[in-house]
Each structure stands twice: as structure tokens, then as C-alpha cells.
Design a protein around this ligand. Structure first.
Ligand SMILES: N[C@@H](CCC(=O)N[C@@H](CS)C(=O)NCC(=O)O)C(=O)O
Length: 209
């Protein structure tokens, strides 16, 4: 049975979409509308009790959390294609960047997305579980999130100094992390002070276009 991919446009599922395209994986796409509450329908909650996309279903396994999905797809389809390291120390580095980008970078992004004007591209979708009413949005929270993002950008910029890609050669780790970094830039995160990061974002973009 073909791999099934549950997604919503302009969501974290874009990361998985980029990884699936990079790996050339054939899949059946099931689109959900977050604004209409389709990610919280009783049917979908049986697939992901967190009520969130992305989700993939492959050979009977239901996998949610974009970092887990990327690592699974990369292990399954990426190693032979030279897009993910074999088991070993380099694999550890791949996992480090993938998990960090979700737990640290995207976590700050999520706080920023919820606390800025919903008209800004990349901010939370009205009707989503993370969306805050104007009275609950906080400029202070947004400022803290921005400062955390700057720290993340410093870390990425330093890591990319003297190399073209996170693991030297291009891997789907670049696809994953760049997709999340691109979301932060879409919300207004400034790349001015981060030339290595800015060049890498462009490099990965060129590859994907
Ligand atoms: N940590 C999760 C985050 C996924 C997530 O937050 N997805 C949001 C869209 S960006 C969602 O599906 N929200 C549905 C809702 O709020 O109903 C991951 O990386 O997969």
C-alpha cells in the first residue's frame, strides 16, 4: 500500500512535503483544513491524538511528529540515495540537527507565530489549537521568541561556517532544517547578521526549485 501523507498547506507538514519530494517517495496525499477543524475531527484524532499534521502511515505504522517522520523516511529511502548517513557517528549528527530544529528552533517559532498579528505569513491559522485571540497575544512573548530565534540563528550560522551543508554533503537534514528556518524568515526573522546561514538557505532553495 502506498505511503499516506496527511498534510495541511502552510503548516509544519510543509517540512515533510519537502522531504518526501527530495527523496522521491510516492505517496497518497490527504489534505486537511486546519481552519475548519479537520485536524481535530474524531476520525483524524484516531490517527493522531494530538490533532496535528504532518502524519504518515507506512506499512501499517502511523508516524507523527515531523522530526520522527523525517528520520524514518530518510533511513528508509535516503541512505541508498546518498541523502542520509549510514548508521554511525554521522547519523548521530543528522539526528541531532533534526531533533534540535524541532525542539528548540521550531518551538521558538511556534511561540512567535502565536504572538504576532495573524496577518503575518507563517503566523498561526485562526481556528487552530495554537491560535491566540488578540487579547491573549503578548508583545513580550513575541520579543522573547525573537531573541530565542536569534540565538538559534547564531548556532546555525556558526555550524555552517566553512561548509556548504550541515553534514558537509547535502542530506535531507538540510531539507528539514532549512524548511523550518525559512518559516522563521517568512515571519520576519532577520538574516542580516548571519551570512553563512543566509547563503545556506539560498543554496538549499536553489536545489529545491
Ligand atoms: N511538533 C509537531 C508540530 C505539528 C503542528 O503543530 N502542526 C500544526 C500546524 S503547524 C497543526 O497540525 N495544527 C492543527 C490544529 O491546530 O488543529 C511536528 O513537528 O510535527
Amino acid at each position: 500500500m502506498a505511503l499516506q501523507f496527511y498534510f495541511a498547506p502552510m503548516s509544519t507538514a510543509e517540512v515533510t512535503d519537502a522531504v518526501i519530494r527530495e527523496l522521491g517517495v510516492t505517496c497518497e496525499r490527504i489534505e486537511l483544513d486546519i481552519g475548519k477543524g479537520e485536524t481535530r475531527s474524531p476520525e483524524f484524532l484516531k490517527i493522531n491524538p494530538n490533532g496535528r499534521v504532518p502524519v504518515i502511515v507506512h506499512d501499517g505504522a502511523v508516524i507523527w511528529e515531523s522530526a520522527a517522520i523525517t528520520m524514518y523516511l530518510a533511513e528508509t529511502f535516503g541512505v541508498e540515495r546518498g541523502l542520509y548517513p549510514e548508521l554511525g557517528p554521522k547519523r548521530g549528527e543528522a539526528m541531532k540537527w533534526t531533533v534540535w530544529s524541532n525542539v528548540v528552533l521550531a518551538e521558538a517559532g511556534g511561540r512567535l507565530a502565536a504572538n504576532i498579528d495573524p496577518g503575518v505569513p507563517g503566523s498561526t491559522t485562526p481556528g487552530s489549537q495554537d491560535h491566540l485571540d488578540e487579547k491573549n497575544r503578548s508583545a513580550c512573548e513575541a520579543a522573547k521568541a525573537k531573541a530565542d530565534i536569534v540565538r538559534c540563528f547564531e548556532i546555525l550560522n556558526e555550524a555552517l561556517s566553512g561548509r556548504d551543508f550541515l553534514l558537509i554533503e547535502y542530506t535531507v537534514v538540510d531539507t528539514h532544517v532549512q524548511s523550518l528556518a525559512g518559516w522563521l524568515v517568512m515571519m520576519g526573522a532577520d538574516l542580516e547578521r548571519f551570512p553563512h546561514l543566509a547563503a545556506w538557505i539560498e543554496r538549499v532553495n536553489r536545489r529545491n526549485s
